[in-house]
Design a protein. Structure first.
Length: 149
C-alpha cells in the first residue's frame, strides 16, 4: 500500500498532471462566466428581438394536440455558450502559437549569433576558444590569438 501511495504522489507531482488540473479549474470558472453572460445578457436581448419577455427558455414552437410545444430556448443558449467558448479558446490558442513562434525565432537568432561569434582555426577551420594561440584539433599555431570574425 505504501508503494502505491508513493507512486500516486509521484504521478500527481508531474508537471503535466498539475497543468491539466489547473486548466480544468480555470475552464470551469470560465464556463460559469460565459453561461452568466449568455443567460443574463445575450438571451434577454434575443427574447426582446424575437417577441418580448426577458427569458429565452420560453421560446417554443407550439405542437398541435399537445399542451407543451418544442422549447428550443435552452438549445439556443447551449449553442451560444459553445460558440463563445470556442471563439475564446481559438483566440487563446492562436496567441499561444504566435508567442511560441516568436520565442522559437528569438532562440534560433541567439543560437545563430553564438555560432557566428565563435573564432575558428585558420588551418583546419575548427572552432577554437577566444584568444587561443594554438588549435586543439590540428595543433596549428594561431598568430595573435583566435578572435571572432
Amino acid at each position: 500500500m505504501k508503494k502505491f501511495l508513493e507512486e500516486f504522489k509521484e504521478f500527481i507531482q508531474q508537471g503535466n498532471v498539475m497543468d491539466m488540473a489547473i486548466g480544468i479549474i480555470i475552464g470551469g470558472a470560465f464556463t460559469a462566466i460565459v453561461t452568466s453572460l449568455v443567460n443574463d445578457i445575450i438571451n434577454p436581448f434575443i427574447k426582446l428581438i424575437s417577441g418580448g419577455g426577458t427569458e429565452v427558455s420560453g421560446l417554443s414552437i407550439p405542437v398541435p394536440g399537445t399542451q407543451n410545444g418544442i422549447d428550443f430556448g435552452a438549445f439556443i443558449s447551449a449553442i451560444i455558450n459553445f460558440l463563445i467558448i470556442a471563439f475564446i479558446v481559438f483566440c487563446m490558442v492562436k496567441a499561444l502559437n504566435k508567442f511560441m513562434k516568436a520565442s522559437k525565432l528569438e532562440k534560433d537568432k541567439e543560437e545563430a549569433v553564438e555560432e557566428v561569434a565563435a573564432p575558428h582555426c585558420p588551418h583546419c577551420l575548427e572552432e577554437v576558444k577566444e584568444g587561443a594561440t594554438r588549435c586543439p584539433h590540428c595543433t596549428g599555431e594561431i598568430e595573435g590569438g583566435a578572435h571572432a570574425a
